[in-house]
Design a protein around this ligand. Structure first.
Ligand code: IMP
Length: 489
């Protein structure tokens, strides 16, 4: 099959068509008046395999939206303590895991939604760190947790560790008990925030402990002795009494910040001129268990579709004015064992890894670098329901190296094949590439205006946006907070 994007290449690179990417958008999509679409609402998700730098984009959007409405809600709809991003607050670096990054904005109220799995001890430890930086008590933070959110406890972390020893299911996980906590929902025995807040919580949580002790015993191990990670330091799960006693303080904290989110959200969702919403996703569509590749997938729904369930049917993704996937502009990065046909060899991969600091935030593990993969990222854009793109690292481009983009895959007979989330299948494919003209990334580093972008960068953005079927919303041009270009008018 010949390159399916040949006509697009011709339009952009030979005819000079830019599809408007050299101009701000004509109308502000956040201010939309389209029927059924709610103004002042935006969702930010990971468009590839995680670690796309969503926190920084949410931070910029908080600044923008806080000026427009009296109230700003930053709502996180999925995941738990498996996420991680660093936020700089008054020159202090804070590592956030469960708290949405936008919740630190002074105008914002952060809500940990029903679709999340909450580790109460880690949440208290994280909140204490943030509170110290803001010079207030943890319960004074503008932070609320939905009473319907599921708990991801030390029992789940121990079970995941046991599964890892057993060599099934736990491998590749962050060890934060995420998958067992979500599995509890499907197995019809979840423990939720409201169970921890109930008067008979010791009984409910005690029963939960007994179940996990039995499951782990079935794997030939003892729950008491299993060491689990925690923000305050790894420790053994211990006896049921010890497990319950560790939950006492976090329980008192959760009592102060618990929220029955549905009525609260419903009242504010109905007031678009008074209250702006930012939906902050964790992980990324490439880590979705339906759309990513085993074993490197998580258990939550990181797509915009996850917002509907988390909000109990209140907010359909189509009502959110902008749904933007964050992607690295000129390449992708990935950690884990997945192998895509677009794996980039050294020395270019090594050069990009150094220039873009592509090392795991906590582990310092070098990330795999991939060529920009249209079949895969197009699939992710479609299944996640994105309308817009945020392209980061536009400064990672070299004038002497064209930007290689995968346009399609074929099988061994040369027949065109789509992306499918199956490692065995992906191993059988051959990737085909097109080289696009590059630009001097170092020269545009720190650019803040569309007019500062060279024409080749604009042509590239036009190509990617057209090929993926989503409009550009923002791009980052360097590590500094203000090295950001926006297409918003
Ligand atoms: P879990 O979410 O702990 O179950 O981990 C499952 C997989 O998702 C592992 O391969 C993790 O490395 C990956 N993962 C989970 N959260 C993130 C993230 O925030 N960034 C990148 N990878 C993640």
């Amino acid at each position: 099959m010949s390159d399916p994007f040949a006509a697009l290449y011709h339009a952009i690179y030979e005819q000079g068509e830019l599809f408007g990417v050299d101009q701000p958008l004509k109308a502000d999509p956040l201010r939309t008046s389209a029927q059924g679409v709610r103004a002042n609402s935006i969702a930010i998700g990971g468009g590839a395999f995680g670690d796309e730098g969503k926190g920084r984009i949410v931070d910029a959007l908080c600044g923008l939206l806080a000026k427009r409405t009296a109230q700003l809600i930053v709502y996180r709809w999925n995941g738990g303590a498996n996420a991680g991003h660093t936020v700089v607050l008054d020159e202090q670096r804070l590592a956030l895991h469960q708290i949405p990054s936008g919740a630190l904005h002074k105008a914002a109220l952060g809500i940990l939604g029903k679709g999340m799995v909450i580790h109460p001890e880690d949440l208290l430890a994280e909140s204490a760190q943030v509170a110290q930086a803001l010079r207030c008590a943890p319960h004074e933070l503008a932070l609320r947790v939905d009473t319907s959110a599921v708990l991801a406890l030390d029992t789940h972390r121990a079970f995941e560790a046991a599964l890892k020893t057993w060599e099934s299911g736990g491998s590749g996980a962050t060890g934060r008990g995420i998958a067992p906590a979500y599995a509890d929902v499907l197995l019809r025995h979840p423990v939720r925030v409201r169970d921890l807040l109930a008067d008979d919580w010791r009984e409910r949580l005690g029963k939960h402990y007994a179940l996990y002790a039995a499951l782990i015993c079935g794997l030939g191990m003892h729950i008491e002795a299993i060491s689990v990670p925690a923000l305050s330091g790894a420790h053994a799960v211990g006896s049921q009494a010890e497990f319950l006693s560790r939950l006492e303080q976090p329980r008192a904290f959760l009592q102060q910040i618990a929220l029955d989110a549905y009525p609260y959200l419903a009242a504010r969702w109905a007031q678009p001129e008074q209250c702006a919403f930012i939906f902050e996703g964790a992980q990324a569509v490439g880590l979705d268990p339906r759309f990513g590749v085993y074993p490197d997938v998580t258990a939550s729904d990181p797509t915009f579709g996850g917002i509907l369930g988390a909000s109990e049917g209140l907010i359909a993704p189509e009502q959110i004015a902008v749904r933007a996937n964050v992607l690295k502009a000129t390449y992708s990065s990935s950690v884990g064992t997945r192998r895509l046909p677009t794996h980039m060899p050294d020395p270019l991969a090594a050069r990009i890894r150094e220039d873009a600091h592509e090392y795991g935030a906590t582990t310092r593990r070098p990330r795999d670098i991939l060529y920009f993969d249209l079949p895969c990222l197009g699939y992710f854009t479609r299944v996640s329901g994105a309308t817009h793109l945020v392209l980061t690292h536009l400064d990672i481009a070299y004038p002497d190296v064209p930007i290689r983009v995968c346009t399609h895959y074929t099988d061994s007979s040369g027949a065109p094949m789509p992306y499918r989330p199956d490692q065995h299948y992906l191993n059988s494919l051959t990737a085909h590439f097109r080289d696009l003209p590059s630009w001097n990334g170092a020269a545009l580093r720190g650019a803040k205006q569309l007019a500062d972008l060279p024409r080749t960068a604009l042509q590239y953005v036009a190509f990617i946006a057209q090929a993926l079927g989503a409009a550009p919303l923002m791009a980052t041009t360097g590590a500094q907070r203000d090295a950001l270009i926006s297409w918003l008018p």
